[in-house]
Write a protein that binds this ligand. Structure first.
Ligand code: NAD
Ligand code: UFG
Length: 336
């Protein structure tokens, strides 16, 4: 298949493209490089021995996207492009709504014009808001606690309405839990700018000596050790989920949501202990106040994806820590 990957130079996109190329698909990438480097794609080409077509293009550039679709025969789109920083979305809501929501509407309009109606979309467990209970099924209550989450929820609604209006459209809404780790080669991985917001990149930067200690946000949650529980998923497992969703698209009737997680919850202290065990590195940490807006517990019921897509995770928390550490040590300054 000829697949357009938006946001393909980013963390999850680059890992997914690697799997797509290994499966023999042809890939065209659209990315404005706002939060990524072209080096990621060069390394994917190196790892697979195959090439990708890259176009530096913004979702807000309708003319440019129209030209891209005219020049390439696209069968399906995997849509990763979007802004993802929760805190920044609170400060700059218009920037987030315009980029994520308007950008997606632009993409869908261009797809309609070129009669391309197959889409795999990067949604997020953030659409479950601050959940009262886990495991979360696809039927759990949806809500948003910040503008970023609201963009994902809004885009899910847009896809549902679009599919209802035109039965030719088939869309997979993939709700990722907490993607971490890196490709086992250590050549591609997550390259956050500035101080990482997320746990795993922060842990690896402490381990490599870039940051003095980790702040553990909250130790009085109703969990087995008091720290927050999440469903960490290896980015390679996540990437493979996109291939399964793509293969299954023809059988979907409209827009269908799938949780992509392991189904297991791990606490912050579980992550620290596992990381220390597999790397032999000590992670100095201090217990601090809760981070505003954080849920106590959030993990997936991933049985729908297993049953319908034939997908389940293979990698363990140990694999995630080992591969995140390999990436960090081989690339102390990311792609720079
Ligand atoms: P990322 O920032 O590494 O990748 C996103 C890519 O999209 C970047 O390369 C960026 O330059 C590009 N982009 C952003 N806006 C664009 C625009 N207007 N036009 C063209 N390109 C644009 O992020 P990621 O972690 O790979 O996430 C990919 C997707 O998955 C995002 O939509 C994100 O919201 C979603 N998601 C991520 C996580 C996570 O924890 N990483 C969790 C749930 C959902
Ligand atoms: N944590 C710390 N210290 C840190 C960073 C995180 O203790 O320095 C804790 C958090 O409190 C939480 C856990 O580690 O308990 C995981 O935090 P992350 O920031 O890595 O991930 P979140 O679950 O908070 O956020 C993720 C995505 C968001 C998305 C959200 C809901 O990063 O984009 O899931 O789906 F909105």
């Amino acid at each position: 298949m000829n697949i357009l990957v938006t946001g393909g130079a980013g963390f999850i996109g680059s890992h997914t493209i690697l799997e797509l190329l290994n499966e023999g698909h042809n890939v065209v990438v659209l990315d404005n490089l706002y939060n990524s480097k072209l080096t990621a794609l060069e390394r994917v080409e190196e790892l697979t021995g195959r090439s990708v077509t890259f176009r530096e293009l913004d979702l807000l550039d309708v003319h440019g996207m129209d030209k891209l679709f005219s020049e390439h025969s696209i069968d399906s789109v995997i849509h990763f492009a979007g802004l993802k920083a929760v805190g920044e979305s609170v400060e700059k809501p218009l920037f987030y709504y315009e980029n994520n929501v308007t950008g997606t509407i632009n993409l869908c309009n261009v797809m309609n014009d070129h009669n391309v109606k197959r889409m795999v979309f990067s949604s997020s467990a953030t659409v479950y808001g601050n959940p009262a209970e886990s495991p979360l099924t696809e039927d759990s209550e949806l809500s948003a606690t910040n503008p970023y989450g609201q963009t994902k929820l809004t885009i899910e609604h847009i896809f549902r309405d679009l599919c209802r209006s035109d039965s030719d459209w088939k869309v997979s809404l993939l709700r990722y839990f907490n993607p971490v780790g890196a490709h086992e080669s250590g050549r591609i991985g997550e390259d956050p700018t500035g101080i990482p917001n997320n746990l795993m990149p922060y842990v690896t930067q402490v381990a490599v000596g870039k940051r003095a200690r980790l702040s553990v946000f909250g130790s009085d949650y109703p969990t087995h050790d008091g720290t927050g529980v999440r469903d960490y998923i290896h980015v390679t497992d996540l990437a493979k989920g996109h291939l399964k969703a793509l293969e299954h698209l023809e059988q979907e009737s409209g827009a269908e949501a799938y949780n992509l997680g392991t189904g297991n919850g791990s606490s912050v202290l579980d992550v620290i202990k596992t990381f220390e065990k597999v790397t032999g590195k000590k992670i100095p940490y201090e217990l601090t106040d809760r981070r505003p807006g954080d849920a106590a517990i959030c993990f997936a019921d991933a049985s729908k994806a297993k049953k319908r897509l034939g997908w389940e995770t293979e990698k363990t928390l140990e694999d995630m820590c080992r591969d995140a550490w390999k990436w960090q040590t081989k690339n102390p300054d990311g792609y720079n």
